[in-house]
Design a protein around this ligand. Structure first.
Ligand code: LLP
Length: 438
């Protein structure tokens, strides 16, 4: 069965009688007119559909919990929608914790994670009553125990470990390989457990946490990960007479940015994950663990597109034709950071045939600020609206004010209605944190 992460475009994408692209029943050219560009457009139906697909895909495993990885995209409305689908949240900062709390999320369904959480962030997590803190290193074990003791509280923790799995994704988004800044090395687990059992009385160890990478297409790496985690859980329980019963297997499931991308469906991922759990539970003789899965990209990516307005064009003699838009690396740093590829269409000429090969360039003062290289588009002119697909994950959340440019607005579309969910920044916002010295 197919799933939403295999779609290049939001599920509600259509072309109307004017030849304009439509998402969530809203004409994108009209949205650009009404709200200005660059504009993030988030389709609620696509977002809810993938959440439902995850739940259906894993319905054969009773003890499954979903935590949306907030780092992919977080704001109040996203938190509210995703929470209403029954998901909890993986947060990595005070900002993410504060946003989900402000959206009314049940904090017992939140996990705080990260390799260098501050004292304030750990205290905030304890005060908010988050369900779990994933402890990343020895320094944090001792610090968290001290902070919890000072509040006379016990905190449920997972040990973040590095299972030593290399997956075929960009080097910068691999996290589970051996020489990683994240988590305890497998050889350090015993020392961590001994410390918790003997000294850190305010930490209540529930299980293990790992994350092996992002934009993963191969399902077999989850096989390996689960085998390692279940084996380790069994070994620890036996050796320390514990009853650890929770495994957080991270996120990572890939999405389709271009026609060439072929990510497996969440149903295939779920089959591999559940089969692996069944096999390893039998192999290592433990009870079925409670599983947490933390998808970010595959939840939000497909649901969002970015609209830009075309400005200048430049034909380099005997070389590239550049079409420049009014956004780029500050609203989507992924092409310049990871050589990420995207698909693009002219929203107001969606029924025109592609006739020329162009490179869509951003407006920022860097040669590397290219959004889409060598793409065939209809004849593009100043004022045309370009729609870049699959920009939900790690675009808005990694956006910046580079070149002192304002961050775009975000609108939510549903049933032919649109509503602002993130306001466009203003020039006043931009200087509101500046302090002029004498
Ligand atoms: N859990 C943990 C512990 C993580 O570190 C991550 C992502 C996730 C879950 C969610 O992974 P996802 O399902 O989104 O693949 N900025 C990069 C991606 C960095 C991912 C970092 N960790 C990019 O734009 O490709």
């Amino acid at each position: 069965m197919n799933s939403t992460n295999q779609s290049l475009k939001p599920l509600t994408t259509e072309i109307n009688d004017n030849g304009h692209l439509v998402i969530g029943g809203c004409d994108l050219t009209e949205l650009a007119d009404k709200y200005g560009t660059p504009l993030y457009v988030l389709d609620e139906k696509t977002l809810r559909t993938i959440c439902k697909e995850y739940k259906e895909a894993f319905s054969k495993y009773e003890k499954i919990n979903f935590l949306y990885a907030s780092k992919a995209m977080m704001n109040l409305s996203v938190a509210k929608i995703v929470a209403s689908e029954g998901f909890g949240f993986d947060c990595v900062s005070d900002g993410e914790l504060f946003t989900v709390k402000s959206a009314g999320v049940d904090m017992s369904k939140v996990l705080l994670n990260g390799n260098n959480k501050s004292v304030d962030e750990l205290n905030m997590a304890i005060d908010y009553g988050v369900g779990h803190i994933s402890v990343d290193n020895f320094f944090e074990l001792s610090l968290l125990n001290e902070l919890a003791a000072a509040k006379n509280k016990t905190v449920d923790v997972l040990l973040r470990i590095t299972p030593g799995i290399e997956c075929h994704t960009h080097e910068y988004i691999q996290t589970g390989h051996l020489d990683s800044k994240f988590g305890f090395d497998m050889t350090q687990i015993d020392e961590a457990i001994s410390l918790i059992c003997e000294q850190y009385k305010n930490l209540n160890l529930k299980g293990l946490h790992a994350h092996i990478g992002s934009q993963i297409f191969e399902t077999n790496v989850y096989n390996d990960e689960i085998d390692i985690l279940v084996k380790e859980l069994a070994r620890i329980n036996e050796k320390y007479s514990l009853n650890l019963s929770e495994l957080n297997i991270g996120g990572g499931i890939g999405v389709k940015y271009t026609e060439q991308d072929n990510p497996p469906s969440v149903f295939e991922f779920a089959d591999v994950i559940v089969d692996s759990i069944n096999k390893s539970v039998e192999k290592y003789g433990i009870e079925y663990p409670t599983i947490y899965i933390e998808p970010g990209r595959s939840i939000i990516s497909t649901a969002c597109v970015t609209l830009y307005t075309v400005g200048s064009s430049k034909q380099v003699p005997n070389a590239t034709k550049y079409v420049a838009v009014n956004g780029g690396m500050a609203d989507n740093p992924r092409p310049s950071l990871y050589q990420a590829e995207y698909s693009v269409q002219v929203a107001n000429k969606a029924d025109w045939t592609a006739s020329e090969k162009v490179t869509v360039a951003g407006r920022y003062c860097e040669s590397g600020d290219i959004l889409v290289k060598d793409v065939k588009l209809p004849q593009v002119e100043e004022g045309d609206i370009l729609c870049v697909f699959n920009t939900g994950a790690y675009n808005y959340s990694m956006s910046s004010n580079y070149n002192r440019v304002l961050k775009p607005a975000m609108v939510l579309v549903k049933n032919s209605q649109s509503a602002i969910i993130v306001k466009r920044e203003t020039l006043e916002d931009l200087i509101s944190h500046d302090v002029l010295t004498e």
